[in-house]
Design a protein. Sequence first.
Length: 294
Amino acid sequence: MTTFDASKFNLPFMKYRKVAVCTSVALVLASFVMLAVKGLNYSVDFTGGVAMQIEFENPADVGEIRATLAEIGQGQATIQTYDEKNVLVRYQDSDDSLRRQILASLEENHGALTVEQVDNVGPVVGGELRKQAFIAVAVSIAAILIYMAVRFQTRFGIVAVLSLVHDTIVMLGVYSLTGREISTSFIAAILTVIGYSLNDSIVVLDRIRENWSQLRSIGILQLVNRSINQTLSRTINTSLTTLLPVLAMFFFGGEVISNLAFAFLIGIAVGTYSSIYIASALLAEWFLRKPLKR
C-alpha cells in the first residue's frame, strides 16, 4: 500500500495557531451551551426502560429483529437472545402504545410470538458505576501528567491533557447537536479515541523534545513547525488507515455499529487536529509568554 509522504513539506502550522486556538475555544464553549440547553440523548443503558421477554414460534434472527424495530424508530433497542426462539428486547419508552406497536410489527414480520414477561427495568449504568468511571478517568489523567512530566516536561503533560479534554468535550457537543444516542458503546468509543489522540500528541511532542537543541538557533515557532512537519506523514497515514474501516462501519454496519463508528469518525478528525493545533500550539504559545530552559 502506498503511503503519504509529507517529508518535503514545510507547512506553516504555527502561523495560524491563534486562529486555531480561538476556533477550538469557540467549539468548546458551543459544546457547553449545547450540553446545557439540549443535553444528551441517553440510551436505555443509562435511563432504564422496559424489558420484554418474547418467544417466537420460529427461530429468531437478531439482525432481522433489529431491522424491524428500526423501521418504527427503535433501532437502538437492546436485543439479546438466550436460545433460537427466545429474545429479550429492552427499549427506553414505557408507553403502552409503543409496546403494542413493537409487538404488532414483530409479529407481522417474524411470525407468531408469545410475550412471556414484561418488566420495568432500571439503568445498567447506575450512579455508582458512573462515579467509579469518573474516578478511573481522573486517575488516568493524573497518571498521564506524571508520565509526561517524567519523560518530557510538566508543560508537555498539561498541554497533552488539555488536548484530551478538548477532544472529549467537542465529541459530546457533536452528539448533543445531532441527538445521537449515548450508550455504553459510546463510552468504549470515547476511551478509544482518547488513547488514539494521546498517542498522536505524544508522537508530535516527542519530536519537539528531540529537536529541542535547535531552540536557540530557530526559535520555538519554527521548532514546533519543523517537528509537526517531520511527523506529518505518520499522522496522515495513521489517520487514513484508521478512517477507511471506520467509514465502512459507518455506512454498512447497521444502526448500532453506525452510531459507534460516528464517534470514531468525530474522534479521529478532532484528535488529529488537536495533536497539531491544541497540544503543539498551546506549548508554543506558553513558551512565548514564559520561556523555559530545557
